[in-house]
Design a protein. Sequence first.
Length: 307
Amino acid sequence: MKILIADDEPVSRMRLAHALRSWGYDVMSAQDGDDAWRQLKGCEEPMLLVIDWVMPGLDGVELCRRVRADPEMRFHHIIVLTSRSGMEDVVTAIDAGADDFIAKPYHPDEMKVRVGAGIRILRLQQELRVKASHDELTGVLNRRIVMELLDREIERAHRDGQPLAVGMLDIDHFKAVNDRLGHLAGDAVLVQVARRVSDSVRRGDLTGRYGGEEFLLVLPGCTLATAAVVAERTRLAVSTLAAATPKGSVCVTVSMGFAVSMPDRPLGRDDLVEAADRALYRAKACGRNRVEIATPLEAGEGEGQPG
């Protein structure tokens, strides 16, 4: 868990950074509020901020307001550090979005305890977010979140003129596994397939459970050729090794359909998912355990669901 210090006084900043590092934390330093804001814009993970109130340019209170106004930063934990100690100052800082308030001069033990409490809160929030955003059984993203992230990636791809691939993956003959070996065995298969799929896609790609034995893959910046490579690697990762279940090992294969939105032919979410679904249906119809790539004309054409 990273901690960002923002203080325009070099000596105070260095002392606090030294103390935090001695307590085992990964520390980043900013010389003022503007510098802190620039560093925060480049960080995606929640972190704890210890920021001085009085700084040139962007002061601590205004930095709090900016952080709280940005949806991607709303989970940062903010401690405001200041020589002000009146009740009205505490109210101002908390109202601006601070989570805690430490008056200068502070005792190192107080800082250690307050920072430790903030880190515990951050970790608890992180655990709750993971539970709310991930499928309980398989551990991959749940349908709601993966579809929300797909919307975001589509907007980004259209804005930046980048390709985007979407894949639909279905476990072949999954109903037969449940019928023959029971649902506990079926659950074990789902967990292992999800793990192998997640391990096979690229860093930055998204894997979500779409429903039942179906998974949705979102591959930003992925051309048709790259999608084919990733898909074949994923198919082989699932089919090469048998899945272990409480009733013994089971050979498992998957069928996959991919669709790609290109800068010169951008597709919306529904068209992308529908085209990938049609390609999946074709993979099923052609014998399963295979990958099919949707043609541009397949987006929005006809109906059909894989079985």
